[in-house]
Design a protein. Structure first.
Length: 206
């Protein structure tokens, strides 16, 4: 009898469907991966599948479902002691809270993510937490508080070569914050189109 291939092929199919913009099919693939992970008793794969499912649900605009998936992932990663998974889940929940205009909850979640990311030296999640804090400040009409958060996020994104640097540059220029503190490298001084005042989810990656 052939062994089950496990959840990984379904997750890969989900990633491909996100690229094509077929979010319902992508969600179905990640749901299948989740089912297989649970059937196999693979809790780490279960957490990863919940995280990917939550990202697809966020991209599709199903925010309550996305929040539920990320909350389940957060609980599971906590049980496993997977702190990087916790940081990612805290950031995703913070982004959803900002979208729901619950900036108090957003700040709490991003601050939790920031503390873990800095302790682990996890630069991508540190930058995402700082970006999320900046957008919470902007949402509350506090650009002066947003500027240092966004600029720290930009510096990290640029250092690690993350495409998200462009998104933060756009936010800084749109809110006229680019000239309030010293600029990072020249690429951060180019005028770009405005950005929305929340952190969009990155497309899930294999």
């Amino acid at each position: 009898m052939r062994a089950s291939p496990g959840p990984r092929p379904s997750r890969r199919l989900g990633f491909l469907r996100v690229v094509t913009g077929d979010y319902p099919a992508a969600a179905a693939s990640h749901q299948q991966a989740l089912t297989l992970a649970r059937r196999a008793g693979d809790r780490l794969a279960e957490g990863a599948s919940l995280s990917h499912l939550g990202l697809v649900q966020h991209l599709a605009g199903d925010y309550p479902a996305a929040a539920a998936s990320h909350q389940q992932a957060l609980t599971l990663f906590g049980d496993l002691g997977n702190r990087l998974g916790q940081a990612e889940a805290f950031n995703r929940l913070g982004e959803l809270a900002t979208r729901a205009a619950d900036t108090g909850q957003a700040r709490e979640r991003h601050s939790q993510a920031l503390a873990i990311a800095r302790d682990l030296g996890a630069a991508p999640e540190e930058a995402r937490a700082l970006e999320g804090l900046g957008h919470s400040d902007l949402h509350d009409g506090n650009p002066g508080q947003a500027a240092p958060h966004l600029r720290q996020a930009l510096a990290i994104y640029q250092r690690i070569g993350a495409p998200a640097a462009r998104r933060v540059q756009e936010a800084l220029h749109h809110h006229r914050l680019a000239a309030t503190t010293p600029e990072p490298p020249a690429s951060g001084r180019q005028q770009r189109r405005p950005s929305t005042a929340h952190t969009p989810p990155d497309s899930p990656k294999p």
